[in-house]
Design a protein around this ligand. Sequence first.
Ligand code: FRU
Length: 444
Amino acid sequence: MTGTLKQQYHLEPPQGLLNDPNGLAYFNNKYHVFFQWNKFEKDHSYKEWGHFESSDLISWEFKYSAIIPDQNYDKNGVYSGSGLVIDNKLYLFYTGNNKENGQRESKQCLAVSEDGRTFLKQGVILHTPEQFTEHFRDPKVFYSDSEKCYFMLVGAQRKNGKGAIALCSSVDGVNWEYKDILCATEQYEMIECPDMFQLNNTDVLLYNPQKRDNTLDTSLYSFSAYKIGSFNDLDNDFSLLDYGFDFYAPQTFSDENGRRILFAWMSRMEEEQEKIFASDTPYIHCLTIPRELFIKNNMLYQRPVKELYQLLGDNINLIVEDGDIKRIKPKEHMFYLRIKNNNCMQNVCINFHQDQTKLEYNRNKVKFTRKNWVTNKPESKTCNLKSLSEIEIWADNSSVEIFLNNGEKVFSSRIFALNTEEDIILKGFSEETIIETKEIISKL
Ligand code: FRU
């Protein structure tokens, strides 16, 4: 074990493969984060729900398995889903996957817990309506105050091979009926992990369009998008939730203070990348840090939840060198960096992980570069940004999450920087720029 890749404040399992966050809920004074887990292998051959629990969103206890594939209807995988507190019990909605002779069957299922520790399966609560193929999964359940009923969104593929989000309803959370297609896409073959909530009295939809080869029944690529207000056209005028390399299947929940908190799977790695990344570790993948969501100027802003700032430790010194170059030398890859300027920044660059990772802002464009650990070549992601006044970086041993303009744009990526000394070089920041770097203390 190389040590340097192990995350210090991100949720990752002790073994196997993690993917989507599931069943997020605040229940019995605890935060519950479930996740897609293959506890046996670092691949996708098995799926159950693993479980983390916390009372403060920063120190977490790993509770091992919550729901395992032990029924006929879920024997090939306890797939993604959501959590909701109903009548003082934690209801967990998930997709049971059954594949016999290559034939997929998806069933929406329910498990209920009274104590947050044991989860009793209640069986199948919804069969796939006739409009859809068996790519029908990832139920997200919420309560509507105005309609006085529960709604379930399900990621779906229509019989014509194109994606959609199905809408179902229930008065008690147990008996469900299919209502209608909430919205559809003509460009993507599937929508995975939909989520919907209200912020400032405005509807927000999160969805993950997926391009598939329907003949081979394989996924080609997918990404996370959102829409605010109207959802009629999923194919146009959507915004990306994150501009980095590794972000997918985000899920949100509301906590006891009504905050809307998001976790996502911090990976879009390809198989070859996974293999090399995890060659020395018994596990692969982690979740993002928890982020609180806000709406500002009709855009979705993401900011690290305020509890995370309790992890910040001593200041790290800034060394001023010749010209406009400043250098910071944290003890390890894990560090916090915040840069603020009342005027818009121009032609600035932050270089870290010994030149392997870079953030540049130039002519209204942000460019993030990392070293691809399969090709050993640099690769970049960009986004347009009219002005830049604040950069906040949360780096862990093998990831960076970069929040720009107080959460207007975010870049999340895994980094494979083995055994290199950390050395952050800042270029182009003017005199009046406030630069703050701190150590991060792990509480995991
Ligand atoms: C998204 C996803 C979901 C599915 C789960 C299986 O990453 O493909 O649609 O329920 O992963 O692990």
